[in-house]
Design a protein around this ligand. Structure first.
Ligand SMILES: Cc1cc2nc3c(=O)[nH]c(=O)nc-3n(C[C@H](O)[C@H](O)[C@H](O)COP(=O)(O)OP(=O)(O)OC[C@H]3O[C@@H](n4cnc5c(N)ncnc54)[C@H](O)[C@@H]3O)c2cc1C
Length: 277
């Protein structure tokens, strides 16, 4: 049960959603955008958040799109992870989505919710970082299209009242050789110890990580080291580890030394597989 009252809105256009947000905020109602609701409902039940209003984005047509438009794969922010895996327009993204939570939760969890959520794994962003995707963001001043690298820095940096409408990915990236590994403490469901997504482009391996630091990331420096094929692999991996952009997570899923061990092994597996493709 959610132990407080809140107002519920379901606008049918991007414009209505941003206007509503502005209006409700001016009324002091602390509105939040709502997609799959899995995180919002979980936190509201425990009183960790107390929005006075929620704005459900699911009736906005642009947010439910999934398909190719002019050589680009367009995915609406409200497309669920289940729908993404089933349609499989970008195999690396589908495989990554398939690794998040369980089937019941994935039927609700959306691409936008996973990327914008507070739970810091945000695994679905990894393929988009590797494919240099572009983000379509709506706010009170209109719509902006920006490179993911400009707005996703540890988390999606949205201005007050903005929301993610869609992602655009060049068709070129969709069929590149890839690998995806999600290593958990136990079983096939649960948060990652280490998730690695990687693409091979022009004979270079590009990698992105979740579960290692308290934010998902892609690092050009790590990729440079991992691709230095004149150096023995074990030495490359040691150097790559020294270039991590933050400290390694230490939590109930796994200690930092154990995560480091798993990360090294997963990096080695990734390089072995992709060097041969
Ligand atoms: C059982 C369970 C297991 C999980 N396991 C994993 C896992 O293994 N790996 C992983 O990466 N994550 C995992 N998660 C986290 C999950 O992916 C996130 O909680 C995600 O936010 C939920 O998506 P949603 O669509 O339900 O978002 P919601 O609950 O609707 O929203 C979450 C947050 O994102 C904001 N938001 C939603 N859509 C938008 C948008 N389009 N633009 C701007 N802001 C938006 C909301 O305002 C809210 O702050 C798990 C969650 C659950 C419940």
């Amino acid at each position: 049960m959610i132990p407080f009252d809140f107002e519920y809105y379901k606008p049918s256009s991007v414009h209505m959603a941003v206007e509503l947000f502005q209006l409700l905020q001016n009324q002091g109602k602390k509105p939040v955008y709502y997609a799959g609701g899995t995180e919002i409902i979980t936190w509201a039940r425990t009183n960790s958040i107390q929005p006075g209003a929620v704005i459900n984005l699911n009736s906005i047509p642009e947010c439910s799109v999934m398909g190719i438009q002019k050589d680009k794969l367009v995915i609406g922010a409200c497309v669920t992870l289940s729908a993404l895996s089933e349609a499989n327009p970008f195999p690396l993204l589908s495989q990554t989505a398939q690794g998040v939570a369980d089937q019941t939760a994935r039927n609700k969890i959306t691409l936008g919710g996973n990327i914008c959520g507070k739970i810091y794994y945000r695994e679905a962003v990894l393929p988009l970082l590797l494919a240099n995707s572009r983000m379509i963001i709506a706010g009170i001043h209109g719509i902006r299209e920006v490179s993911i690298h400009q707005v996703f820095l540890q988390q999606l940096r949205l201005e007050n009242g903005e929301f993610l409408v869609q992602t655009f990915t060049d068709q070129y990236y969709l069929s590149l050789p890839f690998v995806h590994y999600k290593k958990r403490q136990i079983g096939n469901v649960g948060y990652p110890l280490v998730t690695v997504a990687a693409l091979k482009q022009d004979n270079q391996i590009h990698t992105a990580y979740s579960g290692v630091c308290s934010f998902p990331f892609r690092s050009i420096e790590i990729d440079q080291v991992l691709n230095s094929s004149s150096i023995p692999l074990a030495a490359r991996i040691e150097q790559a580890i020294s270039k991590l952009p933050g400290s390694i997570i230490h939590n109930t899923e796994g200690s930092a030394p154990y995560r480091k061990f798993v990360l090294k092994q997963t990096m080695a597996d990734t390089i072995h597989i992709l060097e041969r493709r």
